[in-house]
Every structure is written in structure tokens, then in C-alpha cells.
Design a protein around this ligand. Sequence first.
Ligand code: ARG
Length: 581
Amino acid sequence: MNYINEIAKLIKIQGVEPCDIESSLTTAADSSFGDYSLPCFKFSKALRQAPNAIAARIADGIESAKPDFLESVEAVGGYVNFSLDKKLFSTLTLGEIFQRAGEYGNSDEGAGKTVCIDFSSINIAKPFHIGHLGTTVIGAALYRIFKKLGYNAVGINHLGDFGTQFGKLIVAYKLWGDADDIKKRGLKALVDIYVRFHKEEEQDAGLTARAREWFLKIERGQEEAVALFNFFKEVTMKEVEQTYRRLGVTFDSYAGESFYNDKMQPVIDELKQKDLLKLSDGASIVDLSRFDMPPCLILRSDGASLYATRDLATIFYRKKTYDFDKCLYVVAYQQNLHFKQVFKVIELLGYEYHKDLIHVAYGMVSLEDGAMATRKGNMVYLSDVLDRAAQKSLAIIREKSPDLKDAEAVAEAVGVSAVIFSALINNRIKDNVFTYEKILNFDGETGPYLQYTCARCHSIIEKALGAFAADGSQAALYPSLAEALKSADADALTAPDAYEVIKLLGKYPDVIRAAKENYEPSLVTRHLIDIAQSYNKFYFDNRILDERSGVKNARVAITAAVKEVLKNGFEVLGLRVVERM
Ligand code: ARG
């Protein structure tokens, strides 16, 4: 049930559109003011009446013909406060969770609409490093959120597989490459010779010239050059795919920069035809000075295309291929200007859909021990970070639960989830300093804390199972609990600490929608933390498996619903469920 919508239907204000009333309704921050609230201040002018008087009139009008789902309607100051009938709300919310289970929070609002999400977009023959964590997990979470809301989501890994660096790599490989070492150490061996190239290049300018020649050979499709380039690509993909598997991330397309090699001419022609292309020192540019931006570079003076040229071609291609409603770019904020320029050029070309191009920017992750750069070689590989997080989790688990079976598999799930969580807990634009101590703290706002809460619920349900499902099976649990809800003790459901948990569970679908609206998965992460914290408080203050069956029914139902919603949220964020830890 969409309560905001139902409440809005009860309110009529002369001269105010129903949708404006609906959007003015807010969830009350403090539950002593009810569940929803309508501030009347902004209607004052239209009605030529004081907010207090408006609120009082609305409250009186509804109070006399109050629907069942409302317990009370009160005017306080300039606000109308609505309190839901707690018992009804609780049973409806828990009932809906049991009925929809893994589908709870889903909707079909996006049916028939397509969203392209460009994320992760790693570079071939360069490390998949901690700087890619944000784009990878934020992008993947948005991808799943859009899918849950019924959109056709297209996940695109726009591979950085084009550029002069591949010429350098070929020269380096021919000079110092060792195929066996590359087979053994993969990407790291490639990065090593690339770093060496940069060191030696400082002494030997001839290397740079040779690299340029090899790059031209790739562009022209010369056989050996292309074979080497494909070999580098293969080595990289084999390795990153492992990391993607650990993170639970998949893509629908790997069409990267080189895919657009033969798709840029139409962009250039159209820019010319619409008189947007200017020559400047031999280079072709789109002048953006009117918009307070530096020019967008389309062709260098030697005729070579640029990153922006490819992105323009990409937009044409995606519009044609997917006919997207929105096209998102989950890319670090360092590229703010690049996307502003590219989107502006699309606007200048006269395409209305420039409004549907969205740069979902995110902040930098740094490790406590400082910054990194590929050229110098002191990069922190994401796979190493995952390994270390898993190792450290194993040490903690061995200490806390020495008898745990499958400790290594659990540690992998805990470690990887902790890393994912760390990139999804803060507002995405915030810079983030990463430490293992912080992300693995079982009592903090962390992945392990959420997983631990979920495992706690699981163990309570296991103990209670016999009582609820005749055959003791999980499959029969929800129907039995839905049945048990009918005889659940009303006071146990509506006691403040229990009700707080249920309210948060009821808000979950709104949070998923808000996360989509703001391209902000951290809203979901934060909400799961709120659920876990309020459930744990409830758990410590109450006996879940109470002797009184009505009370037990209520509390086990809450526990099962918490587990279901957490599991659901984990799936959205890419965190793994562990039943014991
Ligand atoms: N490969 C680029 C980088 O690592 C990111 C590409 C983002 N996507 C795009 N369409 N420009 O910086």
C-alpha cells in the first residue's frame, strides 16, 4: 500500500493540484508526530489563510470520516500529522514481505524503458586498481536497482582499449617481454614492462618514436601489431573477469573505445555540416567559450581522434542501438569537465536527449599510505585488496568462532563484502580513506555488521522453524508466518522498539525508489544499517522466542522479515549472505 498516495487522496485544497499535495507530504522525522506530515505553510498564500487554520480545517475534515488505516489525524502548529493504525500497518507490511519475499521492493515503474549504465570501464594492460572500486560497485548497484524497478538496464564496460600506450607496450614487450612471466603473473608482468618503458624513455627518445610507429600499425590493422594488442587484451580480461566474479558484477556489453574506431566519421561530418567544427592551431575543436568551458577537442592536428570524439560516437551508437531513456556514466569526478563538454556538444548538435545523459560522479578512494599512479608502478590492485580483506576476515573469524565450518569461504564472503560496503556507505561524491581496520570492524557501520545481523536472524529462525513449519522447512516458513501473524500479539507488534523496525521495513521500497531517483545506492546501504541497528536494539531488549505464543509469533515474524529485507538489500548492493560467521 502506498500510504502517501492514499493520504493525499483524502486531502482537498482549493487551487492546489493533488500531485502537489502528494509531493508536500513527508515522512515524520520524529514518530511522536505520527508517521506522515503535511506542512501547510506554502498553501497560505493561495488560500489567504494562516497555516494553523488550514491545518486545523484539513484535520477536522478527515477526522470525521477517517479510513481504517489511520489511527489519528491531528493539527499541530501549521502541520497536519497523520498516524497510521499501527496494528494494521504492521500486519500488512510483514504480510507483504512474506508474500513477495525476494520481490519485495520491486516494481514495474520502468517497464518499457531502457537505461544504459557505463560503469567500471577499466583500461586494457593497466591495473584494475582501487580507484575503480567506486565505479564498479556503484555502477553495479545502480544496474540492479534499475532492474528491480522494471527497467531494461544495459550494463556497459566501456573498455579503455585504444591509445598510444599500446604502441609503448608493444615496444616494451619486444624488448623485455617474457611470455612465460606474463602467463604466470599476468597483468602485473605487463604493467612492469610498461613502467620500465617510461623510465627508459626518459633517457632514450628513440623509444617514443618507435612506440608511435607501432601504434599507427595497430590503427592500420597490421597483423603483428593487432595480434599483440589482442594478446594484451586477453591477458587483462582473463584477470579482471576473476575480480568481477568475486564482486558479483556482470556486463551486457564490453564495447570499448576501439569498437568506435570506425564510427567517428559520422560525428565529425555532422559537426562540420552544422558548422560547429572550428580549426585552432591545426586541431579541430568545438568552441565552448560561450559556456565558460575550454574547447572540446575533436581531432588533433595530426588527424588523430580523442577521448571526447569516441564518447560522442558512443552516444550516437547507444541512442541508435538501445534507444535509451537515460544513459548514465559512473565515472570519477575528475572527469566532470569532460562529460560537461561532451553533453554540451550533443546539445549544440540539436539533440533533445542531451538531457538524458547523466554523469554519475563519485569521489576518490585512497589508502592510508598515500596516492598512486600507473607510471610509477605503485598501484594498489583491487584483487590484492580483496585478498587482504579476506585474509584479515579469516583471522578474525578464527578467533571469534574457532569451530566454524567452511571458515575460508565465509572469510572470502565477509572480506569481499566489506570492501564493497566501504564504497557504498557514503554519499558517492565523498572522498574516502580506506583502512582494513575500519571496514572490518564487526561492531561499526560495516559490511560484517550487516552480515552478522543477518546471520543472527537466521539462527533465531532456525530455532523457531519447528514451531512454524510442520516439516521444519524454510519453504513453508513464510506461509506459516503469514498465518501466525493473524494470531500475533498486537502489543508485541506495536511496542515502540518493534514498531520502529517494522516502519523501517515498510520504507524499504521507497528507499529503493529514492536511490534510483538520486543515483545514490548509499541510501540503500544506510537504510540497511538503520534496520540492523534498530533490530539489534529490539533483539537485546526482548525475548524473541517468548513462551507466550502470540508474542513469539510477532517477534519471529519481525525477525524473518528483517532477514528477508536485508537479503534483498544485499542482493541489490552485491553483498553476500552468510548464514553463520
Ligand atoms: N576508462 C576510463 C578511465 O579509466 C573511463 C571511461 C568512462 N566511460 C566513458 N564512456 N568515458 O578513466
